[in-house]
Design a binder for this molecule. Structure first.
Ligand SMILES: [Zn+2]
Length: 479
């Protein structure tokens, strides 16, 4: 018996506002515990929340980027539950009237485009954080209480771990481009909950699903889906019933375990938040957000192919990160050699970033320096090989490529007479190569060029060296 794996996703993304959703507390990540908290976000009796306008703009923009309908009228609700990281004892969220509904995201799976439905996007607030300390027990950090979130809920349209990963990456990439969230997975700015069920191939009724919460890396997501779908298939084959439950993924051990079953699920007793007015957006306001939406990854990719003549593959690699795309465009504006620039941004620069344990945002030199480096190759001041060494040093000092080349005396030998002298000697020292060439073995030219590059420590201009070698060898053979 074969089985289909059916996956739906709930994605929480923290919005990139400077202040929290209902108060003026900072949303800064990594601040000292409980220093960004006030009576409003701690839910003290009698306080009144005020909705941060930017939250509405960001949620709307996320909805537009994911092709949703934006509601002219939506409202906030209270979801009641008690947990130590939620001092208000209710979360302010949206229940029956969310701000965005009915979207769609196209993902590319093995060269085919597949639409994944977006059921809804709603606005809500984050809870605090529990810190489980070995010596002090469990401590509560309330800095995250009231940080604005959007929750994106997908339709169960994905089949298998690969589609789930592609979808998750696409959502992250899109949100990153719109600027509504910084999407830093390592800081928990974007978190994925995955609903998984399996059914016999061809069956029309969905199986019972389990939910895996807070997967915070694409790797964990893929492993969790593989593990959980396999576990469910084994259970079904044994004749057991799948229990609807929330499960916890342990990425270190590579296993999932039960957290709570549906029987233990909360009754949240949602009701409209009485302290906040409904969110009313006019069509003109929605149009304004649409007009001010940044260029999205797909549009950018198409433009890179048509405007810069890049290959589909190159364009895809560049747009995979908003920062890389931005760096690319800034460099192209200074020095219009898109193919050269894309090569450096796709190969050498990522390798050095990795070596220095840096991310793209920490790239230690400006686009102007990359433009200068490429210019030095194109005007034959340095070879591509030397350029790689210059680049490595650009990661270690603040000097410009020109300064580094000067300091290291790496400018290519374009002085013909000096080069002729060196080549003359190399040709004299290698009579065997000259004989090989005379016998028709043109490969010997390559050997001689190698000797010249060695003798000049890579500073000879290879094209020029080649030309001179040929001239000198031919002169010798004609004598
Ligand atoms: Zn506050």
């Amino acid at each position: 018996m074969e089985y289909d794996v059916i996956i739906g996703m709930e994605i929480h993304a923290e919005l990139a506002t400077k202040t929290k959703i209902f108060c003026a507390c900072s949303t800064e990540f990594g601040a000292e515990e409980n220093t960004h908290a006030c009576p409003v976000c701690l839910g003290m009796p009698g306080v009144l929340p005020v909705l941060n306008e930017k939250v509405v703009e960001y949620a709307t923009k996320a909805g537009l980027a994911l092709n949703c309908n934006i509601a002219n009228f939506s409202k906030m609700d209270r979801k009641n539950y008690f947990y130590p990281d939620l001092p208000k004892a209710y979360q302010t969220t949206q229940f029956d009237l969310p701000i965005c509904t009915g979207g769609v995201v196209n993902i590319d799976v093995n060269g085919e485009t597949k639409p994944i439905g977006i059921t809804r996007i709603h606005i809500e607030e984050d809870a605090g954080k529990l810190l489980h300390e070995a010596s002090d027990g469990t401590l509560v950090d309330t800095n995250r209480c009231g940080v604005p979130l959007i929750e994106i809920v997908s339709e169960p349209d994905m089949h298998g771990a690969e589609e789930a990963r592609i979808f998750a990456e696409k959502i992250r990439n899109t949100l990153e481009y719109t600027g509504v969230s910084d999407c830093k997975m390592e800081e928990g700015s974007i978190r994925f909950d995955v609903n998984i069920s399996v059914k016999e191939k061809g069956a029309t009724v969905l199986g019972t699903r389990t939910e895996m919460k807070n997967l915070n890396s694409f790797r964990a997501l893929v492993r969790a889906v593989h593990y959980e779908s396999k576990r469910q298939i084994i259970e079904i084959k044994k004749g057991h019933r799948i229990i609807q439950e929330t499960r916890k993924w342990d990425d270190t051990k590579g296993v999932s375990s039960s957290m709570r079953s549906k029987e233990e699920a909360h009754d949240y007793r949602y009701f409209p938040e009485p302290d906040l007015v409904p969110i009313v957006l006019t069509d003109a306001e929605i149009d304004h957000f649409r007009e001010t939406l940044s260029e999205l990854p797909e549009a950018k990719k198409a433009r890179y192919i048509s405007e810069f003549g890049l290959s589909e593959y190159d364009a895809q690699v560049l747009i995979a990160s908003r920062l890389t795309a931005q760096y690319f465009e800034e460099t192209v504006a200074l020095y219009p050699q898109p193919k050269q620039i894309s090569n450096w941004l796709m190969v050498e620069i990522p390798a050095l970033l990795k070596e220095h344990e840096l991310t793209m945002e920490k790239i230690p030199f400006s686009p102007a320096y990359l433009a200068e480096l490429i210019h030095l190759i194109q005007d034959h001041t340095i070879s591509g090989k030397i350029a790689k060494q210059v680049l490595a040093l650009m990661f270690e000092s603040n000097d410009s490529p020109k300064t580094i080349v000067k300091q290291k005396n790496w400018a290519q030998m374009s002085d013909t007479s000096a080069l002729e002298e060196i080549i003359e000697k190399i040709v004299d020292d290698n009579p065997k190569s000259v004989q090989d060439i005379a016998a028709g073995n043109k490969k010997a030219y390559g050997f001689l060029t190698g000797q010249v590059m060695k003798a000049t420590q890579g500073q000879a201009n290879p094209q020029m060296a080649n030309k001179i070698i040929r001239e000198i060898v031919e002169k010798k053979l004609n004598n």
